[in-house]
Design a protein around this ligand. Sequence first.
Ligand code: GUN
Ligand code: FE
Length: 423
Amino acid sequence: MANFVLKGHICQSLDERHLGIRENHYLVCLENRCAGVYPILPTKYRGLPMTDYGDRLIIPGMTDLHLHAPQFSFRGLGMDMELLDWLNTNTFPEETKYADLDYARTAYSQFVAHLRRSETTRACIFATVHVPATQLLMELMEQSGLVSYVGKVNMNRNAPLYLAEPSTIASVRNTRLWLEETAGKWQRTKPILTPRFIPSCTDDLMYRLADLRAEFDVPVQSHLSENYSEIAWVKELVPTARNYGDAYRKFGLFGGDHRCIMAHCVHSDTLEMEYMRQNGVFIAHSPESNMNLASGVAPIKKFLDYGLKVGLATDVAGGSQESMFRAMTHAIQASKLRWRLQDQSVAPLTFDMVFYLATRGGGAFFGDVGAFDPGYEFDAVVLDDSNLDHPQPLSVRERLERTAYLGDDRNIYAKYVAGTKLF
Ligand code: GUN
Ligand code: FE
């Protein structure tokens, strides 16, 4: 259990609308959790080891609430297509390669190395349908020191024969095998049930997955209301559902008695929002992906005002980069275009709001995570912005805003996850 003190400019989200900045303060970690932020170090902590980060900024670690590890290899490719074409052309052929463990080891090692270097401290990750490669990814994630949920993907229809699981029975059997192998095996890495999306999973598979979910008491992640052609297809596939979210709800895979993340929600209507609120579903807002795949822009300010739980995500490789700072920038830019071009009733996002989404918002999926409140898990990232020249004086807040907006991983100086220093 780590006990230590960091000193620097402490920047964190106070709530959805406000950043809190404490210049030249002490941040105390006791038994891997935050004990407090102080202008003068209390006497009782004076014996602890201290690292003085001087003029650098210290922020909470960021949670990437949705990304695809096997897609990291083709980030930046096929970005002139829409979702369903991109899945068939780029995604499914690449994901097939993870049947080969040697390929998976090379590709996943590259993915994990990048994530470890980034401002992300926690992540909810899709793997592929393959059990051995998913377990390998989980081992690599555990070794990285990051905290994550990783999902073996389920898909037993509407995928090429070379990738789809051949039957419901095979998909359930593989998933059970994987859960038995991985549930409770690691400290930082946990399994999460991952039906890819409704078009990939037959009704009977979804019901069986809900049983497995309850048996192993694991959370759920999937995709929801991302793209017009996808939503129209789901209407055909589950005609009895009142909307896309209601389809998951009927199958018992939409929160309520379990934690659940739905990526995108670009086109969720009021009824779908209501179902998400009632069931405590987390929305993973993936702005770059939603632009790249011509999905649209989710009304995030409206979701926040409605009381929904929202975090931020890169959705690699719908999004081209693993940087949560870039995701924050994209969230602001996308919200402004939405407001200007589509709907003046939903205000654009501010910097304070996207910082909240990237820290407290998504962190809440992991419990007390995403801030330096007493008792919160000690995830911290130290930023060094000394290479960002400026002739004029800048406040600490302005320095944070600029460092994040420019989103360059060379500014990431040190990183702590759950009290452990990674670099
Ligand atoms: N919907 C189903 N699968 C995917 C995927 O891999 N990426 C995105 N963005 N949407 C999906
Ligand atoms: Fe996705």
